[in-house]
Design a protein around this ligand. Structure first.
Ligand code: M6R
Length: 365
């Protein structure tokens, strides 16, 4: 069942080129250029006209929701708010005509996320679901939605569901951009860029041995910091969550610029800091953050673009991954972080697929 892998988590990380192609199949038509999302057909007009989109989710799904906020706001110019489902449902949230609630849940059974669906429906607001498990409670109780088609995710740590969620959110954002913010040429360009992601993920997976070696250096660390900006801020949060849940190492994710507002006090030679430093609109700022960490003896692991040698002198390790459009970079930058936490957890003798105190779906509130 694990197809020769030691753990489901590794199998699911390695499966991502396939799971991502499956998520896009029949939906992404770069030649047209167009996105087809059959599950949203009946509600599409309402979604296009939404005044505000509220995305509610938990854990890793909440991280993909944050990526979704950046995607939808930049491509559709519709205001988006991201909520922890557990907070949203108890706050008596203000929902108005023109609001659309979107929930994201791999399992489709998370109790807090289900409660958010019920709250939205009680208030008469359109509620859409992005789920992986077909026929799950959330999939059934939402008005409409999009399935991930990522295949079963067995490991407690969510990996291929995250990348499929971001892919589905990118398809929704690009479809919302139709006749709005993108010319036909730009649309075709972006759809082709998305279509080429599975091959690029494959290239990132080829770095597995290099990442395993790096993991052996950091396996005894007791704390980690993950920093990224823009589209890669949620990836920093996701990298930290992966590490803490399966290796039991304390880890924090922050938007890189927040470092100077507190976390910088933690930095010394025992603090590894993972930077997502892609050559994008905030690259120079992120490099200054790296310099600040290095000046305080922190040990830096950087993820950057293929061909970028500028960070070699500053950083302990530099992982170079294929270039893509900035808005698609989370689909690539998260993969080395998944592998890093996997290898560290294995080296520490942890139960990777079933970490202590955790369940695959959290059906209690
Ligand atoms: O099934 P869901 O997507 O609703 O699950 C939400 C979280 O419980 C889940 O993402 C959790 O944080 C994972 N263990 C993270 O790897």
């Amino acid at each position: 069942e694990k197809s020769g892998y030691d753990h489901f988590m590794l199998k699911e990380i390695m499966e991502q080129p396939t799971s991502l192609s499956d998520s896009m199949r029949g939906r992404l038509l770069p030649e047209d250029p167009r996105v087809v999302l059959g599950g949203l057909h009946t509600v599409w007009d309402q979604l296009v006209d939404a005044d505000r989109i509220i995305i509610a989710a938990c854990g890793t799904s909440w991280h993909s929701a944050l990526v979704g906020e950046y995607l939808i706001e930049s491509f559709a110019r519709i205001p988006v708010e991201v909520e922890y489902a557990s907070e949203f449902r108890y706050r008596n949230p203000i929902l108005r005509d023109g609001d659309v609630v979107v929930v994201i849940s791999q399992s489709g059974e998370t109790a807090d996320t289900l409660a958010a669906v019920r709250e939205a429906r009680k208030k008469g607001v359109l509620c859409l679901g992005i789920c992986n498990v077909v026929g799950s409670t959330i999939a059934r109780e939402t008005d409409a939605g999009v399935y991930l088609h990522a295949g079963p995710e067995i490991g407690v740590a969510s990996t291929k569901a995250f990348t499929a969620q971001v892919t589905v959110l990118a398809m929704i954002a690009l479809k919302l951009a139709e006749n709005r913010t993108l010319s036909t040429g730009e649309m075709a360009h972006n759809l082709h860029a998305l279509a080429s992601i599975p091959d690029k993920v494959d290239e990132v997976l080829d770095m597995n041995d290099e990442i395993r070696e790096m993991a052996s250096v950091y396996r005894y660390a007791s704390n980690f910091l993950y920093l990224g900006r823009g589209y890669n801020f949620p990836v920093a949060l996701e990298g930290a969550l992966k590490l803490k849940e399966i290796s039991y190492i304390h880890a924090e994710g922050y938007p890189a610029a927040e470092m100077k507002h507190g976390p910088i006090a933690l930095i010394d030679r025992f603090m590894p800091v993972v930077f997502i430093a892609m050559k994008d609109s905030t690259y120079d700022k992120v490099v200054s953050n790296i310099e600040e960490v290095v000046a305080r003896d922190g040990s830096v692991i950087a993820i950057t673009d293929e061909g970028n040698g500028e960070l070699d002198k500053l950083c302990e390790y530099v992982l170079r991954i294929p270039k893509t459009e900035e808005f698609l970079s989370p689909l690539l930058t998260v993969v080395p972080l998944q592998l890093l936490s996997y290898h560290i957890a294995v080296m520490r003798g942890c139960h990777v697929d079933q970490p202590r105190n955790l369940a695959k779906s959290v059906t209690v509130e």
